[in-house]
Design a protein around this ligand. Structure first.
Ligand SMILES: C[S@@+](CC[C@H](N)C(=O)[O-])C[C@H]1O[C@@H](n2cnc3c(N)ncnc32)[C@H](O)[C@@H]1O
Length: 185
């Protein structure tokens, strides 16, 4: 059976440029932030954000314990402000979103279409050449399903000469998570 995270990382790896920068738009418990920190290396940087202070605290604890490099900035705030948090003059090669709520956490603190769309549009603006935006979607709840439909509609409008927007989905399990990989030439 496929492991979605492994497949996601196989999409991301060709775009990793050690010494450049990445953004984790849904920090949660910091697992993706920690991975990105290691991949960016000591001269790179990762910005990560979450609306929950508890997520920031939990990620900080994980990174202090396990990160090899102090190359990260953790922000308590909404990803729709991504363009305010991340400097526009840095080379951004990866931007990740893992939509939904924190596993085991408060379901009311889920991502929402109203902030996800401006955040993704900001990510499209920020991403450097040969970069990738990876978005994991959870269609097993109504808002997650609606986020996925909204994103597919938006990605289908991106200029094919610059962007390649791919959807990876298990067709015989419609409520399972799936992802978009949006690559920039
Ligand atoms: C599925 S979890 C992310 C898991 C995380 N990638 C990890 O490795 O642990 C989704 C996270 O998105 C956060 N979130 C919800 N709305 C947000 C928003 N507008 N901006 C930033 N984060 C948000 C939630 O608080 C939650 O922690």
């Amino acid at each position: 059976m496929i492991d979605l995270r492994t497949v996601q990382r196989s999409f991301i790896m060709p775009h990793i440029r050690r010494g450049s920068c990445a953004v984790d738009c849904t920090m949660g418990n910091g697992h993706d932030t920690l991975w990105l920190s290691g991949e960016m290396g000591p001269d790179g940087h990762v910005w990560a954000m979450d609306i929950q202070q508890a997520a920031v605290d939990s990620s900080e604890k994980l990174l202090r314990a396990e990160a090899k490099y102090e190359n990260y900035t953790l922000i308590c705030g909404s990803h729709e402000n991504i363009l305010e948090y991340v400097p526009s003059d840095r080379d951004i090669c990866v931007i990740m979103f893992n939509l939904g709520w924190l596993p085991g956490g408060d379901h009311s603190k889920t991502t929402l279409r109203t902030s996800t769309l401006p955040a993704v549009k900001g990510a499209v603006q920020l991403l450097g050449d040969d970069g990738i935006i990876l978005i994991a979607v959870y269609p097993g709840h109504p808002e997650g399903a609606a986020e996925g439909e909204m994103l597919e509609e938006y990605f289908s409008t991106l200029d094919r000469r610059v962007w390649c927007a791919t959807k990876v989905r298990i067709v015989n399990s419609p409520t399972s998570p799936y992802f978009f990989a949006v690559e920039k030439k």
